[in-house]
Ligand binder design. Structure first.
Ligand SMILES: [Zn+2]
Ligand SMILES: [Zn+2]
Length: 391
C-alpha cells in the first residue's frame, strides 16, 4: 500500500498545474465564478459530486459507505485586491487582483487530498467532507457556508484547516493548542458634534477635539485595563473629519481594529470602549456611537483533537518541526467553524529556497511549491487516520 506522501509526490505535477492555473486567475470575495467552475471540474474528474451550497461555496463528500464519523477539510479560494509584483512566469493575469495569501495553494491541497482519498475510498470508515469556501479575506465565506448547512447532514464531528506561511521554512508545521489565531473586530466610532465658525468654537461642539480625547483614552485602556500577559492590539487607523481650516465640522468618524486571543477579554474591551466613547462625548456635549462593522472569533485549536492528530502526523513520514508556542495576531474565518466543532488549524511553512520572499499579503510574496505535496498528504492522512480511529 503506498503512503499518502508517496501518492502526493506522484501527483506533484498535477498539483503544480492546478495551483498555477488558480494563481493566474485570481478572483475576489464571494464572486468566484471561474475558480468554482475549475474546482468543480477537477473534483468531478476525480469522481466526486461537488455541489455549490451558497454563492461560490462548494461541498463534496468522500466515503460515507461505511458507518463512522464525519471530518471536514476546509480550503479557502479567494484572492486579494492588490497588484502582484512577484515577477513569476505564472503571475496573475488580472490587474489589481492577486493570490498573495496563498489560498490558491490551499485549494490545490484539498483537490490533491480528494484525489488521494478517492483512491482509497473503499477503506474509509465514515465521511470526509470537503469545504471550498469563498470570502475568507472579507471574513464572510465560512459563515455563509455554515448558514447553508456545511456542518450538517452528515453532521460534522471535527474540522481541519490549513494556512501557508512563507516566512517559515518547509517542514515547519505549527498547531498550538487553544486560541491559535487572534479574533478581529473592526470598530467604527461616529462622533456627532455641531458645526460652527472656527473663530467661535463655543457656539459649536468640536468632534475633532472629542475624537482626540477618545483615541488617547482607548490607548490607555489597552495599557491599564488589559493584563500585561494578554496579547491585545487596539488600533485606530482611520480618522475622518472636516474639510477646511475655518469651519468646525459636524462629525468625526474613526475606524480601527481590535485583536485578542481571549473571548472574555474581547467582550470586556468592547464594553469598555463603548463606555469611554459615550462618556467622553457626553462630557463635551456630543453624541456618539460605536459599531462593530465586522468580526471574526479567534481560531481555537481543540486540545483533545490536537493531541489526537499529533499522533497521526508521523505516519506521513515527514520530519516536521513544530513550535508549541507559535501563535499569530492575524485572523482567519475558520474561527467561526472552531466555535462550533472541535477544530485544528495548521500553519505550514513554505519559504522558497534561495529566493527573497516575503509575508502573506505582500505584492512580492513567493511560495515554495514543494509544500503542495505536503499539504495534500497531510489533509488526507489526518482525515483517514481520524476516521479509522473513531469508529
Ligand atoms: Zn489573507
Ligand atoms: Zn489567508
Amino acid at each position: 500500500m503506498k503512503s499518502f506522501i508517496q501518492g502526493a509526490k506522484e501527483i506533484e505535477d498535477y498539483l503544480v498545474e492546478i495551483r498555477r492555473h488558480l494563481h493566474r486567475h485570481p478572483e475576489l470575495e464571494s464572486d468566484l465564478p471561474k475558480t468554482t467552475k475549475y474546482v468543480k471540474e477537477k473534483l468531478t474528474e476525480i469522481g466526486c459530486k461537488p455541489e455549490e451550497i451558497c454563492k461560490s461555496g462548494i461541498v463534496a463528500t468522500i466515503g460515507g459507505n461505511k458507518p463512522g464519523k464525519t471530518i471536514l477539510l476546509r480550503a479557502d479560494m479567494d484572492a486579494l485586491p492588490m497588484q502582484e509584483e512577484s515577477g513569476l512566469e505564472y503571475t496573475s493575469q488580472h490587474l489589481g487582483i492577486a493570490h498573495t495569501c496563498g489560498h490558491d495553494i490551499h485549494t490545490s491541497f484539498l483537490i490533491g487530498a480528494a484525489k488521494l482519498l478517492k483512491e482509497r475510498e473503499g477503506e474509509i470508515e465514515g465521511t470526509i467532507k470537503l469545504m471550498f469556501q469563498p470570502g475568507e479575506e472579507s471574513l464572510t465565506g465560512a459563515l455563509d457556508m455554515i448558514k447553508s448547512g456545511i456542518l450538517e447532514s452528515p453532521k460534522v464531528d471535527c474540522a481541519v484547516g490549513m494556512h501557508v506561511q512563507p516566512l517559515l521554512p518547509l517542514n515547519h508545521l505549527n498547531y498550538a493548542k487553544g486560541p491559535f489565531l487572534a479574533s478581529t473586530d473592526i470598530l467604527r466610532i461616529t462622533i456627532q458634534g455641531r458645526s460652527c465658525h472656527a473663530s467661535q468654537p463655543h457656539m459649536g461642539i468640536d468632534p475633532i477635539n472629542i475624537a482626540a480625547h477618545i483615541i488617547l483614552s482607548l490607548q490607555s485602556l489597552q495599557s491599564k485595563l488589559v493584563p500585561s500577559n494578554e496579547p491585545v492590539v487596539l488600533n485606530i487607523c482611520e480618522v475622518k473629519s472636516g474639510n477646511t481650516s475655518n469651519v468646525v465640522p459636524e462629525q468625526a468618524i474613526l475606524t480601527g481594529t481590535l485583536r485578542t486571543f481571549n473571548p472574555q477579554l474581547r467582550k470586556e474591551i468592547i464594553e469598555q470602549c463603548d463606555k469611554i466613547i459615550k462618556l467622553t462625548s457626553q462630557a463635551f456635549g456630543a453624541t456618539s456611537k460605536l459599531e462593530i462593522l465586522e468580526s471574526c472569533p479567534s481560531a481555537i485549536n481543540d486540545k483533545k483533537l490536537v493531541d489526537e492528530i499529533k499522533e497521526y502526523i508521523p505516519n506521513l513520514g515527514i520530519d516536521f518541526v513544530s513550535d508549541p508556542n507559535y501563535r499569530m495576531q492575524v485572523s482567519d474565518d475558520f474561527g467561526f467553524i472552531s466555535e462550533l466543532v472541535p477544530s485544528i488549524l495548521f500553519i505550514i511553512g513554505c519559504k522558497p529556497d534561495g529566493i527573497e520572499s516575503s509575508h502573506n499579503h505582500n505584492s512580492k510574496v513567493i511560495y515554495n511549491e514543494e509544500v503542495l505535496q505536503m499539504g495534500a498528504a497531510l489533509f488526507a492522512q489526518c482525515a483517514f487516520d481520524y476516521l479509522k480511529n473513531n469508529k
